[in-house]
Write a new protein. Sequence first.
Lengths: 128, 883
Amino acid sequence: MTGPSVLLVEDNPRNLKLARDVLEHAGFAVTAVGTGEEALPAALAARPDVILMDLQLPGIDGHAALGRLRADPETAGIPVVAVSAFAMQADRDRAMVAGFDGYLMKPISVRDFPAQVREHIRAVGGAP
Amino acid sequence: MTEPHDERSTGRAADADDPVWLAARLAEAQEQLAATREILSVLARSSTSEADVFEAVIDNARRLCRGQAALINLSATEGYRLVSAKGLPSEYAAFAADHLVPRGRGTLTGRVAIDRRTHQIDDVLADPDYNLPEFQRLGGYRSIIAAPMMVDDEVVGVLTVWRTSVEPFDEHSRALLTTFAEQAALALRTVELFSELEARSAELARKVDEREALAEVGQAISSTLDPDEVLTTIVEHAVELSGADGGSLMEYDEERGLFRVRTTYGTSAVVRTRLKTVRIHVDESFVGRAASTGIPVQVHDLAEVELDPHLRVLADGGWRSLVVIPLVRPDRIVGALVVRRLTPGAFSEETCDMLTAFASQSAIALTNARLYEQLELQRRELATTSQHKSDFLASMSHELRTPLNAVIGFSEVLLERMFGDLNERQADYVQDILDAGRHLLALLNDVLDLSKVEAGRMELDVTTFPAVDAVQSVLALVRERAAAHGVEVRYDPAGAPDQITADELRLKQVLLNVVGNAVKFTPAGGTVTLRVWTDGPEVLITVSDTGIGIAESDRSRIFDSFQQGTRSASSSEGTGLGLTLTRRIVELHGGRMWLESELGVGSTFGLALPRQEQPGPVEGWTEPALDDARRTVVVIEDDPSSAELVGVHLAAAGLRPVPVRTGEEGLAAIRALRPTAVVLDIHLPGMDGWDVLSTIKADPALAATPVVVVSVLPERGRGFALGASDYLVKPVSKEGLLGAVWRALAERVDRTSERRHAVVIDDDPAALELVRATLEPQGWTVTTCSGGAEALAVIREVNPSVVLLDLLMPDVDGFEVVDALRADTRTAATPVVVLTAKTLTAADRHRLQGRIEFVASKGELDLSWLATRLTQVAAGGATGGAS
């Protein structure tokens, strides 16, 4: 039984490791990249059920990476959830208006995280 | 002088019978009267010059005294000068023009002036003392009479009449002449007074001008914050009032000892530029030295003095004279006012006085200008600092959150035993790491909140919500911890209001902080009591503990940042910012906080929030109660100013506008945010508003979202046809917009929370609970009654959407309840469902026929079916009849 697949876009190695370990433990198949530029090629290759995107990234930021994903018909339908340490309501609003499907704030809750991610897959109907 | 009097009194009886004599006296009196009247009327007319009066006096005196000549001599330094005359030989007049009549008893004028009374000489040639041969020879007079002109008890002139024959003047003429002299003196006095008055008026007018100018300057000082405008006004008025041609105002830089020209008036651009650059040192320039004296100093002619660089600039520019007025604030030079003329000459004392008055105004203005500039500079620095602080906090928050994510996350991973078990000590340590991480996170959040409050950027999202909700959710959060501490948490609901109006999340944050503190500082076995009640215009909340209390000396500091008092014995898990933040949030609500405490007995923290009036209905619409998440309104508008206006109105009404500029962005935002309403412009770049509206209404997930169209196009019909909730034509008023939005929301609220209120009547508590448990999860409000009599009152009061009725009850039974309901017009239409264990007889059925919706049997009841049927009944969709 293969679980849902997720693509992590996260530049901080520790936070990447945490998210990967927690999601893999919850049965997700995890692919990860460390920059916004790598997000589109990785999404095209892995076709994940959901993409978790850090907003502050080296090179192009999460918003720009989202734009590229949405611009490509192959990836436009994949739900993208922002996972950010930006704590202001304005940051959340900006992300939602920009077209992110959800906004999870760091620090994540380890207990709830897998469910929060799974919710976005279900919401779009892409998961079993 | 008694002679005429005697003559009249002695001859009275005889003469009174002589008609000729009487007629002559009468004519004489009339003539005198006419003369006096003429002189007086001339006097009244001629206030500016005595000449007319003198002429009238001389004319009448000569005529009435029957002399050949009449003349007036006025007192001069060396004698008496002829000023006015009639009947003089031209030789006499010519001679008198060059010669004064000398003082002393040698002349009649002299004698009159010395004795201060009227005199006459019967024949000047027979008077051994008379000594004015040349005048007499030229005038040819023999009998002569003269009267003094007295002003303020001083002889200022003499009125003289002469006859060229020896024919002495009678007493009558003497009296007349005396009177005429008095009138001439009066004329002199009048003119003198009038001149004085005119001079004084002119002085007054000048002073009024000055006052007005000063007032104008004063007003300029107080009405504008632009210092240069004030200073220019001062120089302008100073120059104009002193009749000068130009001027400048200099500011003194004490540190460098230099004067700097701040503003000029009546000065060419070239000179102005040079004035602003030339060095004017306090010790090395004329102006500097002059200003140091503290009094006005003049240069009458720049062509005749040694020129310093500053004066040279002025001389080169064609200026010839100037006056320097120092601007002094108590014991300190602040600048100098320089007023200049293009012509040489002195400035009068009055001008200098006037300019000194201006200088004191200028000194104030200059000082104000400096203060204002300083303030402006500080304000700008502060704004920059504040922006830096905000930027710093935002980035600090982000940078700290990133590693905390790993600290807290991995601790949680370990404690969840995701990858294997931990021994007790390991688990204990990891819990410590997690607690420390969370403590840091709480601190971070408090710092952000506090900085928001202090920057005035914390916005309250005020709503009205059930008081019990806030209290219960807070208690639920602390109970576990309290139990672990062995502390009992009690809630005393006596007098609690149903609703509280506040920012719900912030109030919970406040309560959590205060209750959490109380639990933390109360030893095992103690109690923490939360009370909520209303007192007049306030909602009061107190949290009392049986803890160790707070020392008097710590009480005033307890609300300060990082003060926990000495009561924080060991476990200080607070952030040290909690109470500070708490108090700020309460104050932001317009409330207050206080503390009562007794060492060893306990502490009570209290907070008072103002009870806010519910917003009443305004022009036919009311504001529906919305929770936080439901306040977002997406505004699709490509014109930034229109979008901003709509945004301002929505925000002012407590809504959260999210502006987007295109239809595509709008749809994305609506899908992402699920706003409570949409405000839509029609004319948009790309996809237009009609398409947006159609797309929203065609998408089942979005169709329920109310859309208010705001457009310049008058196409209401099309808007409503496509499903708009309202259609407004620009320009839109605030009331129009909010009214439309609230109406749209109210409709939606009504539709989504269809009134579902059931009154359940049963004498069996278990049956009541069963119905409640079935209906409440489906959004029903359930009111239970255990008897029929009670139920009738309740139904009339709450007007339920459906009544569930048991038939067998001890007091008033179900049948009687139905009868009573149908008999009352208020409840005649209320749907009734019978829920009973009784097997109905034919008579029972007949009795209920057409009066209830349906009968459900308790024994074989499918609860979900009941709920569905009741919903249909409530919506008016059920058909009557028994099942």
